[in-house]
Design a protein around this ligand. Structure first.
Ligand code: HEM
Ligand code: HEM
Ligand code: SF4
Ligand code: SF4
Length: 388
């Protein structure tokens, strides 16, 4: 039999994994997946999209969590006439029992297309393609299974953090607890969007920044320490004795805070020069550890292009203690939101507003003292990679 999708079939031919293959697999079980294939084929043929943006859809009591999508050819492709995305709030640290995963899949096969890209860049569980009439019953069953919807539209997005202390020895803050606590505190901001645009909060347990909070969040919390790194000189000597090239670590310290005394076999360290970049720690985990006085650096302004370009975040508070109930960080967030809400134009992200009104004005209105770490947009483009 001749293929219905000759153009899409081309995309299956390479050695790479193919989304076409996956959708075809889903299409064996689900009619929406089949219509999705057909409409995508048509888009390739016509060289335009057949999806319409917009249209508010949702479930009772929520303004966010479902992203509405309609096909512009509903008669020809009835199964994808409405193809809405569910955003389901993930558990902090993304830990699931297999039982919970099965439950989600069962619900989704019952009410949706059966297709998912599981965790998107928000961290949410992403369920792709439900009809309008299935939204409420699907949400009801997800709720019964213990899940809630995440954020979408012009509101607070689902808060995300790295696995932190659950699985990682470097965490200097409890990213899981902070993620959970802020999610509970800001339920209204997540479920009922009402701001100029989206707002993302991401939390990394240490400067390795595994959730890439610095590039992807309007408000970034990165674990750090106030005292100095801990060096076990005996363990350093052990590395060197085993043929480890200590100079590669010393040379790559961005601030020349460490140096190797070959004669006395000692790693010298100037604490006040260390910027806590994690490089030496990552290279010699048995010998060097973060300090013991944990807290976080707070940054703002990371975002992808839309109005203006892509921005990396910049520091607004070099060090903040991070202990429950996290009052300091919550009141700073509320202050920032009030300011953004009052001065921001439609679709203007926080970074763009700060750029328009000036960083100095932002700091003044927030009551934050100016400090040397606050370099306004130290590197503005996350897509440029430096090489020596
Ligand atoms: C040319 C085509 C497309 C473009 C340019 C595009 C662009 C984007 C952008 C800019 C975002 C926001 C990313 C962020 O979180 O910052 C996004 C998110 C998303 N898109 Fe697309 N998109 C395209 C096609 C699609 C298709 C075909 C689907 C599904 C069938 C899709 C589903 C989604 C979903 C579910 C998200 C949310 C992911 C998350 O929360 O992490 N997109 N897209
Ligand atoms: C040429 C085609 C497309 C373009 C240029 C485009 C562009 C974008 C942009 C710029 C955003 C970010 C909006 C924001 O949150 O600020 C976005 C979000 C999104 N797009 Fe598209 N898109 C395209 C096609 C599609 C298609 C075909 C789908 C699905 C059938 C899709 C699904 C989504 C979803 C689910 C989001 C996330 C919305 C949200 O986060 O609130 N997009 N898209
Ligand atoms: S950001 Fe740091 S604490 Fe979090 S997982 Fe990565 S290395 Fe571990
Ligand atoms: S953490 Fe970074 S800045 Fe500090 S001593 Fe190690 S390499 Fe240098």
């Amino acid at each position: 039999m001749e293929s219905e999708t000759p153009l899409l079939d081309e995309l299956e031919k390479g050695r790479w994994p193919s989304f076409v293959k996956e959708i075809k697999r889903a299409a064996k079980k689900n009619k929406a997946a089949l219509d999705l294939l057909r409409v995508e084929e048509l888009s390739y043929k016509d060289k335009i999209t057949h999806w319409k943006h917009g249209g508010i859809v949702g479930v009772t009591g929520y303004g966010g969590g479902v992203i509405g999508r309609y096909c512009d050819k509903p008669e020809e492709y009835p199964e994808v006439a409405a193809f809405h995305t569910f955003r389901v709030n993930h558990p902090a640290g993304w830990f699931y029992k297999t039982e919970a995963l099965r439950k989600i899949c069962d619900i989704w096969e019952k009410y949706g297309s059966g297709m998912t890209n599981f965790h998107g860049s928000t961290g949410d569980i992403i369920l792709l393609g439900a009809k309008t009439e299935n939204l409420q019953p699907c949400f009801n069953e997800l709720t019964e299974a213990g899940f809630d919807l995440g954020g979408s539209g012009s509101g607070l997005r689902t808060i995300s953090g790295c696995v932190g202390p659950a699985r990682c020895e470097w965490a200097t803050i409890d990213t899981l607890d902070i993620t959970y606590d802020l999610t509970m505190e800001f339920q209204d901001e997540i479920h009922r969007p009402r701001w100029p645009y989206k707002f993302k909060i991401k939390i990394s347990g240490c400067p390795n920044d595994c959730v890439a909070a610095i590039a992807r969040a309007d408000f970034t919390i990165i674990g750090t320490w106030r005292d100095s790194i801990r060096i076990d000189q005996e363990a350093v000597r052990e590395y060197v004795k085993n043929g480890f090239d200590i100079e590669t670590v010393v040379r790559k310290c961005p601030t020349e805070a460490i140096s190797w005394d070959e004669k006395n076999k000692v790693l010298n360290f100037v604490p006040e020069d260390c910027t806590r970049c994690m490089h030496c720690i990552n290279k010699m985990p048995k010998a060097i550890r973060p300090g013991t006085e944990g807290g976080a650096t707070i940054l703002v302004g990371g975002k992808a292009p839309i109005l203006k370009g892509a921005y990396l975040s910049w520091v607004i508070v070099p060090f903040m203690k991070m202990e429950p109930p996290y009052s300091e960080v919550k009141s700073l967030l509320r202050k920032i939101w009030d300011w953004w809400d009052e001065h921001g134009r439609t679709r203007e992200r926080l970074a763009e507003l700060i750029e328009r009104l000036s960083f100095a004005r932002f700091l003044k209105d927030m009551g934050l003292p100016v400090q040397p770490q606050m370099v306004f947009r130290p590197r503005s483009n996350p897509y440029v990679f430096f090489r020596r």
